[in-house]
Design a protein around this ligand. Sequence first.
Ligand code: 6R9
Length: 581
Amino acid sequence: MSNIGSYEKRVEDFSWDTAREILNWKEGELLNIGAICSDRICRMGRGDKPALIWEGFGDRRSVYTFEDLRAYSNGFARFLKDLGIQPGDRVCIFMDKIPSLYFSFLGILKMGAIAQPLFSAFGDESLEVRLASAGTKAILTTSKHVKKVRKVRERLPELKTVVVVEGNPDRVREDEVFFDVEAGPRVDTFEVYPSGPETPSVLHYTSGTTGQPKGALHVHNSVWGQALTASWVLDLRDDDVYWCTADPGWVTGTSYGIIGPWSLGITQCVLDSGFTTSRWYRFIQDNRVTVWYSAPTAIRALMKDGDEVVRNYDLSSLRHLASVGEPLNPEAVIWSGEVFGLKFHDTFWQTETGAMMICNYPGMEIKPGSMGKPFPGIEATVLDLATHEPLQDPGKVGLIAFRPGWPSMFREYWKKPDVYRSKFVGAPDDAMPEELRTGGDLWYVSGDRASIDADGYFWFVGRDDDVINTGGHLVGPFEIESALVEHEAIAEAAAVGKPDEVNMEVVKAFVTLKPGYEPSDELELDIMNFIRKRLSPLAMPQEIEYRDRLPKTRSGKIVRRYLKALEWGEEVGDLSTLSDE
Ligand code: 6R9
């Protein structure tokens, strides 16, 4: 029997109190994610249980118990407090998936600051934009990545402290601090910050179509959504060994690579080495992984390497598989059923939603290609593209929307109240704050299109904007275009997603050159590297097309929509009619 049991019954009887019951959490108890994921598990007598099984490149392997997690997160909390970090300050975590990432994440929350995880493959420009926006006070990084911080530090007056948590202490500069939590004395007691449900916890940057990335701010109350979905969708149980393949630089890696599983006291494992099919299968085999949460791009890459290699490993420990981040194609669901004897269960959610929203549940029939049904307690619909009225007819395509008020909903875009407001429709502006808590008549509009079939299953259609989804990672075209026009040869640029067999989409750039520059393969490589270093390997265009001019609206805005339609072989319409709508 799965944790969820009957989906219909859970929908009928739903209350978020069930999350508190599962954790045995009583009203009046401390609500701090850092403590809930470590101290609380120890207090319940499970301190000796492995919390983190970590493997890196080569043969590096460590196992940490919940007691270790408690002591090392205390270590970070105490250290940051002694440095003068205040509750509410933003503390960035900029490192690979090393154990200190996990310890410091909980430590930051324990001392009341806001954790701002950033993907370690980000280049200096991606880093700078996000640190400047958040007014980040301190950054935790490693010798491997500190160079990128040094490059931008003088342009970030609010960034007071740079901490190197792993690497060579002798190479740390005078204006930086070295802190190796495992080398120091164990910190057995730390007075955890008395956060409440609405105390900010995590700040995740996510890309939109226009402007630079926005910081989605979450609060400690999110834990109820993350814990309950981890229990009912991932079906996590006490004796599981769980593997979430996502990096905590992205929301899946925090909501389901830290908070959800550890709030339930589940053992999880982390693989901090690049992707190869054999390494992944060996990791599952050696650690006897039972529940595996991954992404369509990874599944397609495994598929490409064939069925033969699967038979070289003993993957019989696996009992439940789930996926997130991009449309999960029916072939991948069917393939996994054949080779693993288990179907991947698709889940749909966003940085903004903080937890799973539309899912396939253990025990419910999977329709391959469908994202499943709304999580119990979540009111979901599709809205008419023009009128924003909920659509009644099955199969009609509209905008996926959710009734506000679920515990893990983002509470703001950092310092961008107008953009936040613009994500909600259905009520006058002044009704906003109160309605956000109660739901009222408001809908949160996700920015994705879908239809709902007669059985209530949701079918993903596509994004409603120009954001590029490459291998489950969102990249904003504006950020890429801004970086492109900083290249000496480029006059104008447009970035769009182009279809890709494994990654679903990859970035393609259309550029016009400044006088005196000629298109060449060499220039193309130079531009690609320029973006890879400044932004990230994900944002790097896989193809650059030189053009004499770019399609524009009458007022001179570049029309990405047109270029994208060309790439996808869709109807492009008559350019002369383009207006500024
Ligand atoms: C958790 C996460 C969110 C966007 C979302 C949508 C796409 C996520 C999906 C999916 C189709 C799924 N997306 N899950 N598309 N099927 N099951 O990925 O958060 O990085 O904010 O991305 O990803 O476009 O709006 P985030």
